[in-house]
Design a protein around this ligand. Structure first.
Ligand code: FAD
Length: 420
């Protein structure tokens, strides 16, 4: 959908210009015109007293799908360090490139100021080539600067698939680029595949869907983008059949990195970004890093994890007291992290850290499959839950049924007696 101005109805009152938060409307003579900065937020439509602005279905031009080739990975770096999710996506890109066959190549897109030293890291983790865009205005991430440069690169080189980490930056950048290119984007994918044949194999293995009508011999290059839907109750596989590139953000910690090989070489394609100060509406004055407690869940011998059953952020104070008593580290379920009660670095499970401590306390955690995936190899699991049917008890060595707010204070009080 695009926002359009009917020039014959426009009276040149400029109310839309003051209403637009994106500076995306300008006057051409006596008529207002939408520029490429438009994000289709609709503010101008409400502001126009003459009903001269409306939202219209974009007239999608037929895209020549064959003009697009190769897989790009947005190589996200912070302070000159390549993010782990980018390494994972390079590994996934390699896997997809093999499935796509032909001479499909994997490229990392490295943007920043003086980041050339990361080219070798990208190669080591699977990139055949690196698009290197270095510019002082790219030294800090800005939505405007990165979206402009990345969009222009995609328009110029036409990649078939573009992958981003579902990080704060990836989640900000990818939708802007998708909107400017008028292509699709699937957010937060946990699985990627190509071709109908791959989908058929997947559906037969994991679902009861009738796949007999699918063309198993098709060698099409459709990216099958799978992500949880309806609160994680089902997995949806999404395709982008008519436009290119096919774009996805992928959660950190889900895909596999390739084995690091520092002898691998990558070609370098230098990009000269056409960027000036007026292209970027924000100015980074200072970067303030939030000091995060050092959490090393993977090395911890004792973990005290809290879940939604804590009921409130305050519940983690009890977890900390308990952890301090038993000499453990605080972990959490994703529900507690998503509620904003504790930082993601504490999350245990499929999209958090996989742990194998000597003792794992699961407090107010139901035992969803994604949580079990990250802790079920612990030597000893002690679960506290008021629901005797909670699935966590199936993997627990000791099951304590009851209110954690009654049980944990008792455990803290009598811990020394229990131990000695
Ligand atoms: P709930 O399922 O709501 O369970 C709360 C439990 O607390 C209940 O069993 C209840 O009986 C108990 N309880 C309530 N009050 C008390 C009390 N006072 N005393 C004692 N017990 C009480 N989850 C993860 O944990 N890690 C992951 O990495 C992860 N990755 C995911 C990836 C994907 C793709 C998807 C779709 C989901 C993922 N999840 C993950 C989410 C997972 O499916 C569950 O939603 C989540 O683990 C539930 O967290 P919980 O057990 O804390 O909450």
């Amino acid at each position: 959908m695009a926002v359009v101005i009917k020039s014959e109805a426009c009276k040149g009152c400029k109310l839309c210009i003051s209403a637009c938060p994106f500076d995306a409307i300008e006057m051409q003579g006596k008529v207002a015109v939408i520029t490429e900065k438009c994000t289709a937020c609709n503010q101008c439509i409400d502001a126009c007293p003459f009903h001269a602005i409306s939202r219209e279905a974009a007239n999608l031009k037929e895209v020549d799908l064959d003009a697009y080739k190769d897989i790009w990975v947005f190589a996200e770096q912070r302070d000159g360090r390549l993010m782990n999710v980018s390494k994972e996506l390079l590994g996934e890109g390699r896997r997809l490139a093999e499935a796509m066959g032909g001479d499909t190549k994997v490229y990392a897109v490295l943007m920043g100021d003086a980041v050339e030293n990361l080219v070798q890291t990208c190669a080591a983790y699977g990139a055949d080539g690196v698009y290197l865009a270095e510019e002082t205005h790219l030294s800090h991430y800005t939505t405007d600067g990165y979206a402009k440069v990345f969009t222009e690169m995609i328009e110029g080189y036409k990649p078939e698939i573009v992958l981003y980490g579902a990080t704060h930056i990836g989640r900000d950048l990818a939708p802007r680029v998708a909107a400017r290119l008028n292509t699709g984007l699937t957010a937060d994918c946990t699985r990627l595949d190509v071709s109908v044949a791959a989908y058929k194999a997947y559906a037969e293995k994991y679902t009861t869907l009738d796949t007999s009508t699918l063309d198993a011999t098709s060698q099409d290059r459709t990216l099958l983008q799978t992500r949880p839907a309806f609160g994680g109750n089902l997995m949806a596989t999404i395709v982008c059949p008519k436009t290119r590139p096919q774009m996805a953000t992928v959660r950190p910690g889900v895909m596999q990195q390739c084995e690091k090989d520092m002898t691998r070489k990558a070609s370098v394609i230098r990009i000269e970004p056409a960027l000036c100060e007026t292209d970027i509406r924000t100015e980074v004055i200072e970067v303030v890093k939030q000091a995060k407690a050092m959490v090393s869940l993977s090395d911890a011998e004792i973990i005290v994890s809290g879940g939604r059953g804590l009921g409130t952020e305050e519940g983690f104070k009890l977890m900390e007291t308990f952890a301090a008593k038993v000499g453990g580290t605080v972990g959490a379920s994703r529900a507690a992290v998503d509620a904003g009660w504790i930082d993601h670095v504490h999350q245990v499970g499929q999209t958090g850290t996989t742990v194998k401590p000597k003792v794992y306390f699961a407090c107010g955690i139901s035992g969803a499959i994604q949580h079990l995936a990250g802790m079920q190899d612990s030597d000893l699991v002690i679960a506290i839950n008021r629901d005797p049917e909670a699935p966590i008890f199936e993997v627990a060595d000791f099951s304590i049924v009851g209110d954690l707010y009654k049980i944990i204070p008792q455990l803290i009080e009598s811990w020394d007696d229990i131990m000695y």
